[in-house]
Write a protein that binds this ligand. Structure first.
Ligand code: NAP
Ligand code: G4F
Length: 339
């Protein structure tokens, strides 16, 4: 019997979003393929639990030859380009690698689609970081793009090229301009997971080798038992990653390619995230958090908050998880992991 399942190809499958998307598509009976970077020790990251259900292809967004070869072999109906060097702070330390993997990596996929599988539908992971320095609040699909860091500049290249390839070559390339989305699978390099791990490590009194490693390869709590953070006034629109992968799928199932803002429309500060996370474990954040200017950025973005009315109106998508539920989910997951 021929396999009639729809075929999806995901880059960035080991990351936070790749793992939720793979689960979502498997649930819908897709055949799921993923691009996996080869490490000296094989690492399946967040999809280790699915490794027998996914077909992996070793490769890299830096290598156009492997991308064309895999598209020719897999013939995907849908491609989700989630692979990227996705950390803003890190993008100042590795600006060229970021431009190459996050910016040119997307362009290499567009070229492979154009030349090999022009009928594939392609989702490109764009970001609210595109709006960077904008003074317009909230931001929607018409808000001018104003990147403020090397990561955002690389994503802007990928975003503009997505529009150019869509219009010039009539390819089905859609972008999701996603605002911050988090989960228990978020890397501890990002502020929300650093806070949830930090609150739990302090609550449990973890020390030395029992401490999880966070940003910069350092233990999440410093030698004095404090959680070090940068700008507590930074404001973000935080949603749950599990809700956002449904938006990616809906975006590719619209009748034409387009750009879509995805977010909750609610903004919170890093300070409010601290308050909520520490209070989940019965602690007062002010007793445990200290400022380390090392985590400040050369430039900070303005308040990033989504006007997601277009996707709500046309595709019927809206977030299901509140800020409070998200924080609680992350803290309780870390509690059961570290207890
Ligand atoms: P993530 O957890 O950092 O995952 C990034 C993924 O990209 C990992 O699987 C990583 O593989 C892979 N990757 C990195 N460089 C690669 C390369 N050269 N070739 C192939 N794969 C490569 O990111 P995420 O949070 O899931 O985000 C998914 C995408 O959405 C990213 O493009 C991100 O920039 C974008 N985005 C995220 C958010 C958010 O709030 N999460 C918001 C807007 C947009 P390894 O495991 O081998 O490192
Ligand atoms: O958690 P963050 O590192 O996420 P950021 O920079 O908003 O980027 C994430 O969301 C983007 C969507 O807008 C994605 F495109 C991108 O790939 C990534 O997923 O930082 C959030 C805020 C920043 O303003 C930062 O200055 O938290 C502030 N912050 C304060 N202290 C900190 C820290 N950020 C980190 N990572 N670590 C800190 O100690």
């Amino acid at each position: 019997m021929p396999d009639k399942r729809k075929i999806a190809f995901i880059t960035g499958i080991t990351g936070q979003d790749g793992s939720y998307l793979a689960e979502f598509l498997l649930e819908k009976n897709y055949k799921v393929h993923g691009l996996l970077r080869r490490n000296s020790n094989p690492s399946y990251g967040n999809v280790a639990h699915l490794r027998h259900e996914i077909e992996f292809s070793f490769g890299d967004l830096a290598d156009p030859a492997c991308l064309s070869m895999y598209l020719a072999k897999i013939q995907p109906d849908e491609i989700y380009n989630l692979g990227a060097l996705s950390h803003v702070h890190e993008s100042w330390l590795q600006p060229l690698a970021t431009a190459d993997q996050t910016g040119l990596g997307a362009l290499r996929i567009y070229e492979a689609v154009r030349n090999v599988t022009p009928r594939s539908r392609l989702y490109q992971a764009s970001t609210s970081e595109l709006f960077g320095k904008t003074k317009i609040i909230p931001q929607n699909e018409d808000t001018p793009i104003h990147p403020a860091n090397p990561y955002a500049a690389a994503k802007a290249l990928a975003h503009f090229d997505a529009q150019i390839y869509r219009e010039s070559f009539k390819l089905f390339i859609s972008t999701g301009i996603l605002f911050n989305h988090e989960s228990p699978r978020r890397s501890p390099d990002f502020v929300t997971r650093k806070i949830s791990l930090g609150a739990v490590a302090i609550k449990l009194g973890l020390k030395g080798g029992r401490l999880p490693i966070a940003q910069g390869g350092r233990p999440v709590i410093n030698a004095l038992g404090k959680l070090e953070l940068g700008n507590l006034d930074a404001q973000r629109d935080w949603g749950f990653a599990g809700d956002y992968v449904e938006a990616m799928w809906l975006i590719l199932h619209h009748d034409r390619p387009d750009d879509w803002v995805v977010g909750t429309g609610q903004v919170h500060t890093v300070r409010q995230f601290c308050e909520a996370a520490f209070s989940e474990v019965g602690l007062n954040w002010q007793d445990h958090v200290v400022i380390n200017p090392e985590w400040n950025r050369p430039t900070e973005t303005g308040p990033l908050v989504a006007d997601a009315s277009k996707i709500k109106r046309i595709l019927g998508w809206k977030p299901k998880t509140s800020f409070k539920q998200l924080v609680s989910m992350m803290v309780h997951s870390d509690l059961s992991r570290l207890s």
